[in-house]
Design a binder for this molecule. Structure first.
Ligand code: AHR
Length: 337
C-alpha cells in the first residue's frame, strides 16, 4: 500500500542527512544520523502543519468510569475547538477491539494515533505496523510494556506514585498498623499494576494487605467485591484502598448496607472525580489521590509537534496531588470531572 506520509518522512530524513553533511554525501567514516534521531512521523505539511491538517485516531478503551467519560470528552471537545479531525472508537474493554481500531486507522493513513491501552502487554505487532506506516503512536494514560522505541511518547499519570501516595495516607491514619483490603483496577492494566506496586513499596510493615480483588474500575463490580470482602473478613478490616472512585462508590453501597458508618474505616481512593469528592464530603473517604483525565490538549499539542518533525520528550507525566476530606466542600463545585 502506498503511504504518502512515509514518502514525506523519507524526504525529511534525506534532507536532514544532507543538511548534516553540508549538502553533500556523508563521508564513509561519518555515518548518517540513526533512525531514532529522525523526525519520525513528520507529515507532508511539515514544518507548517496546523491542527486543521491533523487526523487523530483515538481508540478509546471503554467507558468504565467517570474518569474515562471525562477523558473521552476531553479528546472530543479539544478536537472540535482546535479543528482536529478525530477518529474516535470505544473498544468496550477489549484489547482486540483496540487493535482492530488501530489497524483501521493505519489503513486510513491517519497522522497520529493516541492509544490508551487497556492492558500493558500485547501491543508489539500493531505498534510495529504503525511504525512501518510512519504513523507515530502516543501512548496515553496507561503504559505499555513494549520497548519505548516502538512508540513516540507516553503521556499520563505516574501510577506507581499514585499507589505510593495512597500508602502514605494509610501510614498516617493507621500509625499502629492494621489490616487493609485492596479493590484493584483491571487486571494487567498499567493503572492497576502501577498503583499496586507503589502501594506495596511504601506501605508500612505493620499494615497487612488482607486481600486484593479486581473490580475492573466499575461501580457495578466494586459493590459485589466489597460485599464478599465484608463477609469474609468481618471484624478484621481497618481500611480499604480503592484503585478508583467508581469502585469506591459501588463499595460504599455495600459498606452502608453492612451498617458501617463514615469514618469507621480508613478509605483512600484514586482519581479525584466529583463522585470521589462527594464521598469525602460525606465522610467515607479521607483522601483521594488525583489522576487527571483531561489529556486532550496535551496530546494534540504533541501530535502537532510530531507532524512538524519536532522533537518531543519520550514521556510527559501529569502533575498531580492528593486531595483531603477537609478540602471537599470548597473544591467540589470547581471540579471539572
Ligand atoms: O487508567 C486510568 C484509570 O482508568 C482511572 O483511574 C480509572 O478511573 C479509569 O477507569
Amino acid at each position: 500500500m502506498f503511504h504518502f506520509k512515509k514518502l514525506a518522512f523519507l524526504f525529511v530524513l534525506a534532507s536532514m542527512v544532507l543538511v548534516a553533511c553540508g549538502g553533500g554525501a556523508a563521508p564513509a567514516d561519518e555515518p548518517a544520523a540513526p533512525a531514532s534521531d529522525a523526525p519520525f512521523g513528520a507529515a507532508s505539511c511539515a514544518p507548517d502543519c496546523t491542527y486543521a491538517d491533523m487526523v487523530l485516531c483515538y481508540p478509546q478503551l471503554g467507558a468504565e468510569s467517570d474518569w474515562r467519560t471525562a477523558n473521552s470528552a476531553s479528546f472530543k471537545e479539544t478536537a472540535e475547538t482546535l479543528g482536529v479531525k478525530l477518529i474516535f472508537s470505544d473498544a468496550q474493554q477489549k484489547q482486540e477491539n483496540q487493535i482492530s481500531a488501530m489497524r483501521s486507522c493505519i489503513q486510513q493513513d491517519v497522522d497520529v494515533i493516541a492509544l490508551p491501552p487497556v492492558v500493558e502487554t500485547g501491543w508489539d505487532a500493531v505498534l510495529q505496523e504503525a511504525q512501518d506506516a510512519n504513523i507515530p503512536v502516543i501512548v496515553v494514560d496507561r503504559s505499555v510494556t513494549a520497548d519505548a522505541s516502538m512508540y513516540a511518547t507516553h503521556i499520563g499519570s505516574d501510577m506507581v506514585l499514585e499507589g505510593k501516595r495512597a500508602a502514605a495516607e494509610f501510614n498516617k491514619l493507621l500509625p499502629d498498623g492494621g489490616n487493609v483490603l485492596e479493590l484493584s483496577g483491571t487486571t494487567g492494566s498499567g493503572a492497576a499494576v502501577g498503583r499496586a506496586e507503589g502501594f506495596r513499596a511504601d506501605l508500612n510493615s505493620n499494615i497487612t494487605i488482607l486481600d486484593s480483588q479486581t473490580g475492573n474500575f466499575t461501580r457495578a463490580e466494586g459493590k459485589p467485591v466489597m460485599e464478599a470482602f465484608l463477609k469474609k473478613y468481618e471484624g478484621q478490616i481497618d481500611g480499604v484502598f480503592f484503585h478508583n472512585d467508581d469502585m469506591a462508590i459501588g463499595a460504599v453501597e455495600a459498606i452502608k448496607a453492612a451498617g458501617i458508618q463514615p469514618g469507621d474505616l480508613v478509605m483512600i481512593s484514586v482519581d479525584g472525580t466529583r463522585g470521589g469528592f462527594q464521598l469525602m464530603l460525606d465522610g467515607w473517604l479521607q483522601a483521594d489521590v488525583e489522576c487527571n483525565p483531561l489529556l486532550g490538549p496535551q496530546v494534540m499539542d504533541l501530535g502537532l509537534k510530531l507532524m512538524n518533525g519536532q522533537e518531543i520528550p519520550k514521556e510527559e507525566l501529569t502533575d498531580e496531588q492528593t486531595y483531603y476530606a477537609d478540602q471537599a466542600e470548597e473544591l467540589l463545585p470547581t471540579r471539572k470531572y
